[in-house]
Design a binder for this molecule. Sequence first.
Ligand code: IMP
Ligand code: MG
Length: 223
Amino acid sequence: MERYKCALPAGRACARVSVPRSGKSMKKRGKAGQQSSGKPRERVRVLITGGRIQRRIQALAQEIRKDFPGEPLHLVSVLKGGVFFLTDLARNIPGEVSFDFIAVSSYGQKTHSSGQVRLTRDLDSSIEGKTVIVVEDILDTGMTLQYLLRLFQQRKPKHLRVAVLLDKPERRIAAVRADYVGFSIPNEFVVGYGLDYAERYRNLPYVGVLLLGPGLKKKPAED
Ligand code: IMP
Ligand code: MG
């Protein structure tokens, strides 16, 4: 696995992923990806295969358990994108694991500095005294994570750590970092494995770059 200089504590590894120039594309599902109703064509170019995702998650799960041996772990995932990552991560962490869900919505320009994230669903139970791992699909500008970390710190967990499947360091605005990173990716808009475009593509078992329009250009990440 290619080592990549990333914003992780010494000794932790994250994999860097580059976008293939002519990688495999999602096969047309009937007319899917090439909508006949005058809508723009869409395709997804595979960036990280399902196999690579699973292998990386197994390694992350072992790393997390090694950091907290014998300790009950409370995974908190952000709906909806983080759900696939949470379930696969939880299955691979040995020992006692519980989990809970939170939902937030972003509004306004994400490029503005603060106050843009709103809680839409709170956790079911208290995290006081627990070892909490926040499980997110992707760390982009960092605004969501910054909001969540502030919120969770006030609730006095024993430990608070962050696991993200994907990290787009180039897009960071908020000064946050993840303790466990699956893959560091370029500044591309990606879908699959929980990540959506207008609520679609979450069910893809891999992560891919979304290509839009008649010429199938990459979707700008800042949209
Ligand atoms: P942040 O607050 O900018 O770090 O963004 C976090 C959220 O934005 C993620 O949890 C995703 O829901 C969404 N997001 C960011 N980048 C992408 C992407 O490339 N594809 C799909 N969703 C994304
Ligand atoms: Mg998310």
